[in-house]
Design a binder for this molecule. Structure first.
Ligand SMILES: O=C(O)C(=O)C[C@]1(C(=O)O)C=C[C@@H](O)C=C1
Length: 369
C-alpha cells in the first residue's frame, strides 16, 4: 500500500538558508522582549530558515502557562519584519488558524495532542479550505501510524499540498532516557508509504533534555529526515515552559556546526558497484536466515502436535529460559548486541506460541499484537 498525497516538493515552498533545514525558536512566546531578543540571536546564527514560537500551549494540567495567546502573534509579526525570518506556530482550533493567518504566519503546525483527535484535525482542515499555506503535522502522542496518516490526509484533502510531517516521538508508559520515545520505525514506515512527504525531526520533544539533542539530531539526519525543529530560548534557565530542553541560540549554532550531513545516495560507479556486491551478500544471508526460521517452525509444529496429543502445555518456561541464556551467550560471543538478540528470540518464541496455539485449537488464532 502506498499513501497517495498530493504534494508540492518542500524546496518549492520552504527556502532553506542553510543546511540542514532548521526551524528554531522558543517553546513559548513569553514577552515581546524575550521573543524579539531570541529571534535576533537566532537570525544572527544564519542557520535557521524559520522562526517558531508557541502561542497557544496545550498543557496536561490546568493552571500551567497556556501560552500568551493572540498578542504573541503581533510580536511574531514584528520578529519577522525585523529579522526577515518566516514564522511558524501551532494551531489547534479553527480560531487559531484564522488568527494565525490574519497575522501573516507563514507555516502552521498541528500538534501531537491534536493529531490524536480526528475531530480536531478535521476542524483545522475545514478552516484551511481555500487557503494556500504550508502545514506540518506532528505525529500523534501515541504510537499509531494510522492516526498520523489520517491527519495528513484530512489536511491534504482540504487542499493543502505544501505539506510535511514532524516526528516528535511517542509517549510511553515505560520511563526511558527520552521524554518521548523516538520509535524511528514508525517514521520509517511513513517514509516508506510516502517517500515524497518531507519529515522534519523534533529532537527537543523527543529528548526532553538538552544533553541528548545532538545525538537525536544527528540520528535524524542519518535517517534521511528533511530537517530539524529545535527549541531555542535566549535564557533557557528562566523559560516559562520546557526549560530543560531548550538551547541558547549560540548552543544551537554550535550544535549545527557539529552535525555531519550525508547524502541519501551517490552516483559514483566504484561506490555503487561495491555497495551492490555487499548487498548481494545480504540478499543471500537473508534468504538463509528465512530458510532456517522456516525449518525451525517445522520442528515447532511437530512439537506442538506432539504436545497436543499428550495434553502438554504450550509454554515451557524452563526450556525457554534455557534457550534464552544459551543463545544470548552464543550471540554475545559473536559480538551481537544483547538487546537485539533478546528481542529477536522473543519474537521467535511468540511466533512458536502462536503457531502451537493454532495447532491446539485446530484453527487460526485471533491475531494479537
Ligand atoms: O520446546 C518446546 O516445548 C517448544 O514448543 C519449542 C519452544 C521454542 O520455540 O523453542 C516454544 C515454546 C516453549 O515455551 C518452549 C520452546
Amino acid at each position: 500500500m502506498k499513501l497517495n498525497l498530493k504534494l508540492q516538493p518542500i524546496d518549492t515552498w520552504l527556502k532553506k538558508t542553510s543546511e540542514p533545514l532548521l526551524i528554531a525558536g522558543p517553546c513559548s512566546a513569553e514577552t515581546e522582549d524575550q521573543l524579539l531578543a531570541t529571534a535576533h540571536l537566532i537570525a544572527k546564527t544564519g542557520k535557521a530558515s524559520v522562526l517558531r514560537a508557541g502561542i497557544w500551549k496545550p498543557r496536561t494540567r490546568p493552571g500551567e502557562f497556556e501560552g500568551i495567546g493572540s498578542i504573541g502573534l503581533e510580536w511574531l509579526k514584528r520578529a519577522k519584519e525585523e529579522t526577515g525570518l518566516p514564522t511558524a506556530v501551532e494551531v489547534a482550533t479553527a480560531k487559531h488558524v484564522e488568527e494565525a493567518l490574519a497575522a501573516g504566519v507563514d507555516i502552521l503546525w498541528v500538534g501531537a495532542r491534536s493529531t490524536v483527535n480526528p475531530f480536531t484535525v478535521q476542524e483545522i482542515a475545514d478552516a484551511l479550505k481555500g487557503v494556500d499555506v504550508p502545514v506540518l503535522v506532528k505525529n500523534p502522542v501515541n504510537p499509531d501510524l494510522q492516526l498520523w496518516i489520517g491527519a495528513l490526509e484530512r489536511i491534504n484533502n482540504a487542499g493543502i499540498t505544501k505539506l510535511g510531517a514532524i516526528h516528535r516521538g511517542f509517549s510511553s508508559f515505560e520511563k526511558t532516557a527520552f521524554r518521548n520515545e523516538p520509535m524511528w520505525e514508525i517514521a520509517i514506515q511513513l517514509k516508506t508509504l510516502c517517500p515524497e512527504l518531507p519529515i522534519i525531526n523534533d529532537p527537543s520533544h523527543i529528548c526532553g533534555n538538552r544533553e541528548l539533542i545532538p545525538y537525536i539530531s544527528q540520528k535524524a539526519l542519518d535517517m534521511d529526515m528533511q530537517g530539524l525543529m529545535i527549541e531555542s530560548h535566549l535564557d533557557p534557565s528562566v523559560a516559562w515552559t520546557d526549560a530543560k530542553q531548550q538551547l541558547t541560540p549560540s548552543a544551537l549554532s554550535e550544535l549545527m556546526d557539529h552535525l555531519t550531513l550525508r547524502k541519501p545516495e551517490i552516483r559514483d560507479k566504484e561506490f555503487t558497484d561495491k555497495l551492490a556486491s555487499l548487498r548481494e551478500n545480504i540478499d543471500k544471508l537473508d534468504d538463509q536466515i528465512i530458510q532456517k526460521i522456516a525449518e525451525r517452525m517445522q520442528v515447532v509444529q511437530k512439537i506442538g502436535e506432539y504436545k497436543r496429543d499428550n495434553g502438554v502445555t504450550i509454554l515451557q518456561v524452563n526450556r525457554w529460559d534455557q534457550i534464552m541464556h544459551k543463545r544470548s551467550a552464543f550471540a554475545s560471543a559473536l559480538k551481537l548486541d544483547l538487546n537485539f538478540t533478546g528481542k529477536f528470540l522473543e519474537l521467535i518464541h511468540s511466533e512458536s506460541i502462536r503457531k502451537q496455539t493454532e495447532i491446539m485449537n485446530d484453527k487460526p488464532v485471533v491475531e494479537e499484537k
